[in-house]
Ligand binder design. Structure first.
Ligand SMILES: Nc1nc2c(ncn2[C@@H]2O[C@H](COP(=O)(O)OP(=O)(O)OP(=O)(O)O)[C@@H](O)[C@H]2O)c(=O)[nH]1
Ligand SMILES: [Mg+2]
Length: 255
């Protein structure tokens, strides 16, 4: 298990600052104490990114969280964990992206962790690889097997559109599939800098949906005990223990 950048973290999802102001107090009076308390709570939404190995899940999440295409990637083991805080209609919300492993051998011991307290799902296929699109029903079945709420936002993303001369998955076919499963389709490229805004728009669309949705479980409770705002990637290998992600087992709302 490899955990990066977690050691100095502490909770700031609820920030509290206090200020004691004595300068106006008369000399013969007990000091006038003004306490300014500021409490902010930031909602955190867990989004899982799933699909076959090599479709570009790591590159897409990296593009959104770091603003660039990674120099090199290796097959994800377990899950890579990225976050970005964004402003949606004057509310700061945190998107916590779970970049899951596509290879069965690297995911099997983690699967139940992926599907716990999920707020949204991004299904990714590679537009140049038909088999990755044909796997989509299998990924949807896996969500159903893990009792994922059917109401949570889901989106379908066809990646690697920059390879226009190798596109093998027809847009109409993909759109029909997306329509039949009640989700929007986006075709994009994590690699093409000109499509960077597009990747941004995909996750922003999701963020707007999440902001306006009434999640089944509290988005305040997803990461208790850690401020992960500066964490780029946490590799958790084959176990979630020690990750610092504490689920909300009772699904109690903290609002
Ligand atoms: N041309 C092109 N290549 C891409 C794009 N996105 C990813 N790739 C390449 O596809 C390969 C796999 O990308 P990853 O992001 O590691 O794939 P993954 O889905 O995370 O794979 P697993 O971790 O094994 O599940 C890498 O060689 C990337 O450079 C894209 O938009 N265009
Ligand atoms: Mg990966």
């Amino acid at each position: 298990m490899k955990v990066e950048n977690l050691s100095s973290s502490h909770v700031t999802d609820s920030d509290k600052t206090s200020k004691v102001d004595e300068k106006d107090a008369p000399a013969n009076a007990s000091p006038k104490v003004t306490v300014i308390e500021k409490q902010t709570q930031r909602r955190i939404f867990k989004i899982i990114v799933i699909g076959d190995s090599n479709v570009g899940k790591t590159c897409l999440t990296y593009r959104f969280c770091s603003g660039k295409f990674p120099d090199k990637t290796e097959a994800t083991i377990g899950v890579d964990f990225r976050e970005r805080t964004i402003d949606v209609d004057n509310e700061q919300i945190k998107l916590q992206l779970w970049d899951t492993a596509g290879q069965e051998r690297f995911r099997k011991s983690m699967v139940q962790h992926y599907y716990r307290n999920v707020h949204a799902v991004v299904f990714v296929y590679d537009v140049t690889k038909v088999s990755s699109f044909e796997s989509m029903p299998g990924w949807i079945e896996e969500c159903d097997r893990h009792n994922l709420n059917k109401e949570i936002p889901r989106i379908l993303v066809g990646n690697k559109c920059d390879m226009s001369n190798r596109v093998a998955v027809n847009t109409n076919m993909a759109q029909k599939f997306a329509d039949s499963h009640n989700m929007p389709l986006f075709e994009t490229s994590a690699k093409d800098d000109e499509k960077a805004n597009h990747v941004e728009a995909i996750f922003m669309t999701l963020a707007h949906k999440l902001k306006n949705s009434k999640p089944m479980m509290s988005p305040y409770m997803s990461t208790r005990g850690r401020d992960l705002s500066n964490v780029q990637v946490v590799k958790v290998g084959k176990t979630a223990q020690g990750l610092g992600i504490e689920e909300n087992p009772d699904n109690k709302c903290a609002c």
